[in-house]
Design a protein around this ligand. Structure first.
Ligand code: NAD
Length: 367
């Protein structure tokens, strides 16, 4: 078993903010092969919420580093999404293709239940709505279930919608008009989120260029929108004369080389962890490129699944996701006023909400 506290002395590099976590729970069940870690970063705004990542980590140390970072990121995302939820995340160590079973998922559900509602789980890499239905047979603190079971279903619907709202805010900030009509937008990755974003962009009158390593994903878009241009890869896409670059594939899309090459004036996409390393946000700002912070614009998905806690209502969830436009605009204004990149302004706003709203729970209610 990893010594969580010992880790801080030996290796702090992959684990940011680790000492601030409220609670970290190691869960194991020998017979089903469950080996999981649940991390609650904070509950300042309410119970923590974040997905369960099922992934074949090379070591428990790597899994721990990931869950600590991811749970912290969820606290910031949930805070700026305007949710009354803190930040949490879980990882199950193993290969979902071979290790996932009913017994393992139900054993995991019992550990989620044991936290008494301090942590709500959801889907993430390697877990699907059908898996959450199984986890929910042992726990009341599960979101992201299938529509048939009262769940919010596929969260990429509002993720893509929210990214589009963020992009409209960026266009407003840069061009003085929130439409993407006539702008050339490059979308990298047209999977669940990317292909829905293309729908919104085409409907708004944008010119769209895409790339994806998966031929079938490209074909799906081409069938719906024959006018969409296709290029070979990210290098080709980011070398083009485009107005907006939308990373919607994997993390780390914005490294030093890409930023130096980029001709777009706006970066706004659905992918998580777009900045390859700290400092890239400043490189973007120095080049005059407006970066819409990833965790702000892609929060439509968590807004969608969080709504399930109160009985899912798509209209209500969509109304909340529409506010991503206002939040993104507010961040750009704060960044300009404070002379910092938007990523820094976003963190500050999130920290302020966690501190100011979290504080009121200290008001004594007499019981
Ligand atoms: N699904 C959600 O609700 C949600 C919510 C928040 C954030 N995100 C993030 O958005 C991103 C996309 O998520 P998704 O659910 O659409 O996943 P997905 O797997 O459905 O789509 C990703 C797409 O990117 C493509 N891709 C992979 N590597 C590529 C490369 N090098 N160049 C071009 N294309 C490449 C894949 O072929 C795939 O079509 C991820 O970073 C995810 O973490 C998703």
């Amino acid at each position: 078993m990893t010594d969580v506290f010992g880790l801080s002395h030996k290796d702090t590099s992959p684990v940011s903010g680790q000492t601030k976590h409220e609670q970290v729970v190691f869960c194991s069940d020998e017979r089903s092969g469950l080996h999981a870690i649940i991390a609650v970063y904070n509950t300042a705004l309410g119970p923590s919420l974040g997905g369960t990542r099922f992934y074949p980590y090379g070591s428990e140390q790597a899994a721990l580093a990931d869950v600590l970072n991811l749970s912290r990121a969820m606290a910031y995302k949930n805070a700026l999404a305007g949710l009354d939820l803190g930040g949490g995340k879980a990882v199950i160590i193993g290969d979902p293709a071979t290790d996932k079973s009913e017994a393992l998922l139900r054993a995991y559900g019992r550990f989620v239940q044991s936290l008494g509602g301090r942590y709500f789980t959801a889907c993430d890499v390697g877990t699907y709505s059908e898996d959450m239905d199984i986890v929910a047979r042992e726990s009341s603190y599960v979101t992201g279930r299938t529509l048939a079971n009262g769940g919010a279903g596929d969260s990429s619907i509002l993720t893509a919608y929210g990214v589009f709202q963020g992009m409209r805010a960026a266009a407003e900030h840069v061009h003085g008009t929130s439409t993407l009509r006539g702008r050339r937008v490059g979308v990298e990755g047209v999977g669940k989120v990317g292909h829905r974003l293309v729908d919104h962009l085409v409907e708004d009158g944008a010119e769209v260029v895409i790339c994806d390593v998966d031929e079938q994903a490209v074909e799906r878009v081409r069938r719906r929108h024959p006018q969409v241009e296709v290029v070979a890869d990210q290098l080709a896409l980011t070398s083009l004369d485009i107005d907006v670059y939308a990373p919607c594939a994997l993390g780390g899309a914005l490294d030093d080389e890409t930023v130096a090459r980029l001709r777009a004036g706006i970066v706004c996409g659905g992918a998580n962890n777009q900045l390859a390393h700290p400092g890239v946000e400043k490189e973007l700002a120095d080049r005059g490129i407006l970066y819409a912070p990833d965790y702000v614009v892609n929060s439509g998905g968590v807004i969608q699944v969080a709504d399930e806690i109160h009985g899912f209502d798509m209209d209500r969830a969509k109304a909340k996701a529409t506010k991503i436009y206002d939040t993104t605009l507010k961040i750009f204004v704060a960044a300009a006023e404070e002379g910092v990149p938007p990523a820094v302004a976003a963190d500050r706003l999130a920290e302020r909400r966690m501190s100011e709203v979290g504080r009121i729970r200290g008001i004594w209610l007499g019981r």
